[in-house]
Design a protein around this ligand. Structure first.
Ligand SMILES: Cc1cc2nc3c(=O)[nH]c(=O)nc-3n(C[C@H](O)[C@H](O)[C@H](O)COP(=O)(O)OP(=O)(O)OC[C@H]3O[C@@H](n4cnc5c(N)ncnc54)[C@H](O)[C@@H]3O)c2cc1C
Length: 490
């Protein structure tokens, strides 16, 4: 009797197409060797490497267009020992990069990854350049700058400018990844959302995905492997609230609407372990200008809260400034500078290039600026007077260096209202250095790879601008190569 019931249930499932995700479907709609889920930096690199290793490859992307956060990012790639550094007289090496990165959140960033990324960062940069990215050999943006906390650790390991900013920002950067895919004529399918991973019950191997295209459920078979390159979860407020301590306090988010943690959820269902899920990178940004990303220059400004008080060294870089701003009244801050700073050439290529003009508030006096922002004038004027004193003496009680101190004296004065927003999540799937997704016993889940922001434990504390794209490129290439080397399932 039970057997009969089971049989009727199976027949019903086949007739209605209601196959549970982890079961094998009655029929596959599409077949490939390596299925790459997500068309950003990591997906493009993985697909290219798998193709070069001889595999048939398909990339699926849930949005109608490719790019993900890669296309919206600042366009920095972090690398050491590069030709551009050499041309500008910097004697940087992978060992120095490794020594620096090892100082950022040790324990949460796994040492074997820091070593591998440092050793291969120049290769990643050269791969991106070979695919069409342009980076001028000069200091600045585009060009090279310090990327994060390098100056803070200068006594331990020499500070080197490793952030290589591509011409055209994220758009220019993603174009190179897109070129890599299109010149290989790799198959792609837009508006195709992977929903669940499919596992072969006999071998326990991941053999494809259940996806949605044009509101229809389809089954895609991956003979060799599935590579998850779906990005992080910075656009998923529910996941941020569940995992990240600041999750509830954000007033918005930056980046692509596609990065909502799909890859993490799919892999969790098949037993994947997670790492450092509480870690996010916040950046000072602007509500209403989701892609405004504060690049170098912030350190030259004066930052106050809405009580007109200074609360952190502006040279502390975007992540600590954002974290501290979240603790300020209404979680907001104001970046203040004067006509002299505004006239510096770096302004136009850094902050000035990302802040839409309507968010740049101008006033003929500091009093007027305080009124425009609704900041108590008396407190604000005292803060500026004290700050100008520190600029004169070169000694700042909050620890800003002499090179970053510029007195605010020349009208007009400028200000930008800013809120910390999540830029990326640095926790995610636990993988090994071969980009295999690991289960909670640290064993690889057969047939499943992951690369880029969907993975965790490599960029915690965000060592500097460009480290995410470097990581996505290196592990995308590794994932693609290893996925293509898998023995075909059937
Ligand atoms: C404003 C901003 C500035 C930044 N600046 C920099 C910088 O200068 N340098 C740097 O290194 N990093 C920067 N970052 C971080 C960096 O952009 C990302 O970490 C990196 O680009 C991630 O690459 P990825 O390939 O892993 O994911 P993404 O480029 O985000 O691509 C993931 C893709 O997967 C798709 N996808 C998701 N779920 C599914 C699904 N279920 N099915 C199919 N497709 C799916 C998404 O739609 C998306 O297109 C910045 C981020 C932001 C938001």
């Amino acid at each position: 009797m039970f057997k009969k019931l089971l049989l009727s249930f199976c027949v019903l499932c086949l007739l209605t197409g209601a196959v549970a995700a982890k079961d094998l479907p009655a029929k596959w709609d599409i077949e490939t060797d390596v299925l790459v889920v997500g068309f950003g930096a990591a997906g493009s690199a993985a697909a290219s490497a798998a193709h070069d290793a001889g595999a048939d490859v398909l990339i699926i992307e849930k949005l109608p267009f490719p790019g993900g956060n890669t296309a919206l990012c600042g366009g920095a790639v972090y690398a050491a020992g590069t030709d551009i550094q050499k041309q500008l007289g910097y004697n940087d090496t992978p060992e120095l990069m490794q020594a620096y990165q090892a100082l950022i959140k040790p324990g949460l960033n796994r040492p074997e990854f820091i070593k591998l990324v440092s050793e291969r960062s120049n290769e990643a940069l050269e791969w991106i350049i070979a695919n069409g990215a342009k980076i001028p050999a000069k200091e600045g943006v585009p060009g090279i700058t310090m990327g994060g906390f390098e100056r803070n650790f200068d006594q331990v390991t020499p500070a080197m400018p490793r952030s290589h900013w591509v011409e055209g920002g994220g758009k220019g950067l993603f174009q190179a990844f897109f070129n890599a895919v299109s010149k290989r004529k790799i198959k792609t399918s837009m508006s195709t959302t992977a929903e669940r991973l499919i596992r072969d019950p006999a071998s326990d191997r991941i053999v494809g995905v259940q996806a949605t295209k044009n509101k229809k459920t389809i089954y895609i078979k991956a003979n060799k492997a599935v590579v998850l390159t779906t990005g992080g979860f910075s656009q998923n407020i529910e996941m941020l609230t569940a995992y990240a301590p600041s999750g509830n306090n954000y007033k918005g988010a930056k980046g692509s609407s596609g990065v909502v943690g799909d890859g993490i959820k799919m892999a969790q269902e098949v037993g994947a372990d997670l790492w450092a899920m509480h870690e996010t990178l916040e950046s000072m940004g602007i509500l209403g200008a989701p892609n405004a990303y504060f690049t170098p220059f912030m350190e030259y400004t004066l930052i106050v809260n809405n009580k007109g008080l200074r609360f952190i060294s502006e040279g502390a870089w975007t992540e600590p400034i954002s974290e501290e701003t979240l603790r300020q009244p209404d979680g907001e801050a104001f970046l203040i500078f004067d006509a002299t700073l505004r006239a510096r050439s770096e302004f136009d290529t850094t902050l000035g290039s990302v802040v839409p003009t309507k968010f740049l508030v101008e006033a003929n006096s500091l009093e007027e600026l305080a009124v425009k922002f609704g900041i108590p004038g008396e407190a604000f004027l005292k803060t500026v007077a004290d700050y100008n004193g520190y600029c004169e003496s070169g000694v700042d009680p909050l620890g800003k260096t002499r090179a970053e101190l510029f007195a605010l004296t020349k009208a007009p004065f400028y200000g930008i209202k800013s809120n910390p927003l999540p830029v990326m999540t640095t926790g995610g799937l636990l993988t090994d250095t071969g980009a295999r997704v690991l289960n909670s016993f640290k064993e690889p889940i057969p047939g499943l790879y992951a690369a880029g922001e969907v993975t965790g434990g490599k960029l915690v504390g965000y060592p500097g601008c460009g480290t995410a794209v470097t990581d996505a490129t290196i592990f995308g290439l590794i994932a693609g190569e290893n996925a293509a080397a898998e023995k075909a399932w059937k």
